[in-house]
Design a protein around this ligand. Structure first.
Ligand code: ZN
Length: 202
C-alpha cells in the first residue's frame, strides 16, 4: 500500500516535472512574430525600424538583414526575471545583433535600442540580400550598423550615410549596377579597416 502511494506520488511528481518543462519552452519564432505583428504599438511602425513587419519571421529586427538563423532574444533576460514563455518578452535577431543587444531589466530598452539603430536609408533595399555582408559579419563578429555609425561620427543622417556608402561603392563604380556579394564583402572589410583605425583597435 505504502509502495503504491509512493509510486503514485512519484508518478504525479514526474508529470509535474514534465508539465513544467513543457510550460517553460520558449515560444516559437512564428508565435513571437505573430504576437508583435498583431500587437505592436504605433511607435513601432515599419518606418521606425530597419524591417517591414510582413518580413518579421525571416529578418533581424535590429539590422533588417535576412537570415536563415534567426534567434529568439529575451527582452528582459531570463536571469533577471524575464518570462521564458510569453512571446511579448522576445524579439527576433540575427546572431550578431543578439550578442550586441541590451541585457537590462527594463522592457523599453530593447525597443529603444532597436529604434536607435534605424538607418535613414533602407537597409532592406541596400543590403537585404547581400550575402557578402552576412559573410562579413559572420567572419568579423561585428554589425555593419556599428561600423557605419562610427564612420559617420555618430551623425548618421541620410546625407552622411549616403556620402559614406558612396565613398566605398565608388571604388567599384564600374560595376555599380551589378555589385556581387564578394564585392560587398570587400567593401565591408574596407569600412571595417577604417573603423578599426578610427577606434584605434589596430
Ligand atoms: Zn541583426
Amino acid at each position: 500500500m505504502i509502495n503504491k502511494e509512493n509510486k503514485y506520488d512519484e508518478y504525479i511528481a514526474d508529470i509535474n516535472i514534465k508539465h513544467n518543462i513543457q510550460k517553460n519552452i520558449s515560444p516559437s519564432i512564428l508565435k513571437i512574430a505573430k504576437y508583435w505583428f498583431e500587437n505592436h504599438t504605433p511607435d513601432l511602425d515599419d518606418m521606425y525600424l530597419n524591417f517591414d513587419w510582413i518580413d518579421a519571421m525571416k529578418v533581424c529586427w535590429n539590422c533588417g538583414k535576412e537570415t536563415k538563423y534567426i534567434q529568439r532574444c529575451h527582452i528582459i533576460p531570463k536571469a533577471l526575471g524575464g518570462s521564458n514563455i510569453d512571446p511579448s518578452n522576445f524579439v527576433l535577431l540575427c546572431d550578431t545583433c543578439h550578442r550586441e543587444a541590451p541585457n537590462i531589466n527594463n522592457s523599453n530598452c530593447m525597443w529603444d535600442w532597436i529604434k536607435s539603430n534605424k538607418l535613414p536609408i533602407s537597409i532592406q533595399g541596400t543590403y537585404r540580400f547581400q550575402k557578402g555582408l552576412i559573410e562579413f559579419e559572420n567572419k568579423y563578429k561585428i554589425n555593419i550598423i556599428t561600423i557605419i555609425i562610427e564612420l559617420c561620427d555618430g551623425n548618421y543622417s541620410k546625407e552622411n550615410v549616403e556620402k559614406l556608402l558612396a565613398k566605398y561603392t565608388n571604388m567599384c563604380s564600374q560595376h555599380l549596377t551589378t555589385i556581387t556579394s564578394s564585392t560587398y564583402f570587400y567593401i565591408a572589410e574596407l569600412m571595417f579597416k577604417d573603423y578599426n583605425k578610427k577606434t584605434k583597435k589596430i
